[in-house]
Design a protein around this ligand. Structure first.
Ligand code: GCU
Length: 605
């Protein structure tokens, strides 16, 4: 008896165990958003941009009140201490800090609500797509949690097929831009922590089997052979006929997906290559039985060799500038096409062929508009300075953010560099091992672009600049941030500065240099840093440009930065007032003296 009883107990126990594991997996799966489909913009989508009702919740009480249930009083004695009705509204896309004075420096929870009508259709699937929410997002549909996403600058999605109601539906998003010590970025960063639903939100409808991912690019090392990879998702993903068309070149390729829904093909054609002088893009269509997607694709190659960067097998000097994702006139997160044209137009006017989009993946308008304007792009993860590399959750966060950035931007030929870190410290535990691993992962996802790590660990003594960070051994370029003339006084004549590096013929990019000036500040004596004069900044630039000629394998420079921008840690009450003043232009677009120095340098290059 005892034995049978034991046996049946074991059976019950194992069934409970299996159930528990399945439940955990289900919750875990629900808990995380999906990596967004490639190029949702060309699909059948319905924008949810515009006014959203909000609840500002500095004490995070909404979590305890379960505001996503939107309880309404029924009995006479009922009352609920929250409501989305008759409260404030915020525009999406857009940070919440710049939309309300009481939120200027706010770092905390804001709940957003949007209602929409939908009519379910047979054999269609529906996704809820977010271009970006800073920093944490918890998403609810009709009172049920869809899941969460962490990371303020990359897209994510939830499938809501079968969950959306016919008629009225309600989405509630808990956004929280509070800093996290194991976040990316972590607690310290030199920009305003713009929070909220800062990018587009769309409903995206696809066929039952849809094209989740596609890649179209020149094969590494080739100027003629294009690779196309497609991944289908759905119950007919396997052995599905896929057609790839480039009408302008009269190219039409038919391929069949394998059992996993994956298909690939290589082909050549009379492509005109993309370059800053000729930013040629082709309309591409990819179709399977139940879905189709289009995109504008350019073809170019990017390599490093003999101390240079080579675009389409021609050496190119990267005439760059750093840009934060901020519309300086609005003092707000840049989000729109107009914002992108404003920022990138100013880079073109400076004479740039390259922009470093610091320090996080910018919105898609910036990436696409740069490509159209013939600007090469440096695309960067917010692995910025004080990262807690020994926290067990950080490696997975870095991997996910890398996947999200690469999947979104890999078809943008304008993007030539994936930058995986900025000014992290060799003394931080696990920094090297974590970033070396991430570098391998990046190359595995995309072997065709350059990989960078930016450091400022160089030693400057006796007018010798010694660059020796281990990370450069794993990167394709030696990217150095140095501020001689501002944070670090010169130790001799700029032209006599010696650079010591032992990275073979790796090309060098000065990824940041410069100094601060308040536009219009012409206090005397002009050679005093403490007066934030334009002429002091101008001298920094003339000295830096003079030094550049002594840097071996210099392949590009990137002044920090294009516009003055908001950074709460910049405290001087006269000269800064919460702005980092290293812009070549003021936040009103006024050109400082240094702007002309940089412009003339690029004209000569
Ligand atoms: C660093 C950092 C920037 C920062 C700049 C500065 O190099 O990369 O994000 O804004 O210096 O101090 O102005």
């Amino acid at each position: 008896m005892r034995k049978e009883k034991m046996h049946s107990c074991l059976k019950v126990f194992s069934a409970v165990q299996i159930y528990a594991v399945l439940l955990f997996l289900l919750i875990a799966d629900l808990a995380n958003a999906q990596t967004a489909m490639t190029n949702p913009w060309s699909r059948n989508r319905h924008s949810l941009d515009g006014e959203w009702k909000v609840i500002v919740d500095p004490s995070n009480t909404g979590e305890w009140l379960q505001v996503w249930l939107e309880k309404k009083p029924e009995k006479k004695t009922d009352f609920f201490e929250y409501s989305f009705e008759n409260g404030p509204v915020l525009n999406v896309p857009g940070d919440f800090n710049s939309q309300r004075c009481d939120l200027t420096y706010y770092e905390g929870v804001v709940w957003y609500k949007k209602e929409f009508e939908y009519t379910s259709k047979d054999r269609k699937r529906l996704f809820l797509y977010f271009g970006g929410v800073n920093y944490q997002a918890d998403v609810y549909l009709n009172g049920k949690k869809l899941g969460s996403h962490e990371g303020g600058f990359t897209p994510f999605q939830f499938e809501i097929t079968g969950m959306v109601k016919n008629g009225a539906n309600s989405i509630i998003v808990k956004t929280n831009n509070a800093r996290q010590k194991n976040g990316l970025p972590a607690n310290g960063f030199d920009w305003l922590n713009f929070g909220g639903i800062t990018r587009d939100v769309d409903l995206v409808e696809t066929g039952e089997t849809y094209i989740d991912d596609f890649t179209l690019r020149l094969k590494k090392g080739s100027l003629k052979t294009v690779q196309c990879m497609v991944k289908l998702n759905g119950n007919q993903a396997a052995r599905n006929n896929i057609t790839i068309k480039i009408p302008e070149l009269n190219i039409k390729k038919k391929i069949v997906s394998d059992s996993t829904g994956y298909a690939s093909v290589e082909f050549s054609g009379p492509f005109r290559l993309w370059s800053p002088d000729q930013p040629k893009l082709y309309e591409v269509m990819i179709e399977c039985g139940t879905d189709s997607v289009t995109d504008s694709i350019g073809f170019r190659s990017i390599e490093v060799k003999d101390g240079k960067v080579w675009l389409n097998k021609q050496p190119v000097f990267l005439k760059g500038v750093n840009i934060h994702e901020e519309n300086p006139y609005k003092g707000a997160r840049a989000a729109s096409l107009e914002d992108a044209r404003l920022l990138l137009g100013a880079a073109k006017e400076l004479g740039c062929n390259f922009v470093r989009l610091a320090h996080y993946p910018h919105n898609d308008n910036m990436i696409r508009e740069a490509e159209k304007m013939g600007l090469m792009v440096w695309d960067e993860l917010p692995i910025y300075q004080h990262i807690n590399f020994s926290d067990s959750t950080v490696p997975a966060k870095m991997e996910l953010m890398l996947s999200e950035m690469v999947k979104r931007d890999k078809n943008r030929c304008g993007v030539i560099i994936w930058s995986l870190s900025n000014e992290t410290y060799p003394s931080t535990a696990n920094r090297n091992s974590a970033l070396i691993k991430l570098t391998g992962s990046c190359r595995q996802k995309d072997p065709t672009r350059l990989v960078a790590h930016v450091t400022n660990t160089q030693r400057y003594a006796n007018n010798i600049m010694e660059v020796s960070d281990t990370l450069y051994r794993y990167a394709d370029i030696v990217a150095v941030n140095e501020y001689i003339g501002w944070y670090v006084p010169w130790q001799g004549k700029p032209t006599d500065t010696k650079w010591k590096m032992d990275f073979g013929d790796k090309p060098v990019v000065i990824s940041e240099f410069g100094g601060e000036a308040l536009y219009g500040s012409r206090n005397e004596p002009a050679d005093m840093a403490a007066y934030w004069t334009e002429s002091y900044q101008e001298k920094i630039y003339t000295d830096q440009l003079a030094m550049f000629d002594s840097i071996p394998h210099l392949a590009g420079v990137c002044p920090w930065l294009l516009f003055d921008y908001k950074s709460p840690g910049r405290l001087h009450p006269v000269y800064q007032k919460g702005y980092n003043r290293k812009g070549l232009l003021s936040e009103k677009g006024e050109k400082k003296k240094a702007w002309k120095v940089m412009r003339e340098y690029y004209q000569r290059k």
